[in-house]
Design a protein around this ligand. Sequence first.
Ligand SMILES: [Zn+2]
Length: 202
Amino acid sequence: MESGCGKVEGGATVSNLAPLLERNKAFARSGVWRNTPSLPFLPFKGLYIITCIDPRTDPADFLGLDFGEAIVGRTVGGRVTDAVIRDLSYIGYLVETKAPEGPYFETAVIHHTDCGSRLLEDPELRHGFAERSGSDEEMLASLPATVPADTVREDVAKLIAAPQISARITVSGHVYDTATGLLATVAEPSAPSGRVLLACPV
Ligand SMILES: [Zn+2]
């Protein structure tokens, strides 16, 4: 197995990324990057996927995403943070203003089993990290995806209730099972409540 550890030689750190530059050259040669959406914020599949930073939960792997098919935002636990809401509201605003005839977006929120966010269930670890990061301890206590089907429903509801999110964006919720590789839908796509969906040409 390849080591993922950077080595320090003569004061300089050997980059973990450097060996991957050969893969980048192969990518450039492939020409895949030429197949670009007409507007860069409109992915081919009309998806904005929010998932955990866990290396096992890359949707390019478990959903077989190809180049340009989805926007992917990753956070600890796949939790919907203020930063996620800001990014999603920006994309929605771009669609409304720059591509008024464009398609709807679906935001798929994905939480998963065996999530590292659950380590924050430990009060001692949580307290230590609150001190280190200056984060609010109560906020940290709400982060763990203890029951991912529940936390994903919470985050879907949070997005649907956020007034900044475009009415052109629907939201769905899913749980990825790290023991089977399977994704299960726990919340079908729904539109922000109280807002009227705009007509969408297919
Ligand atoms: Zn996780």
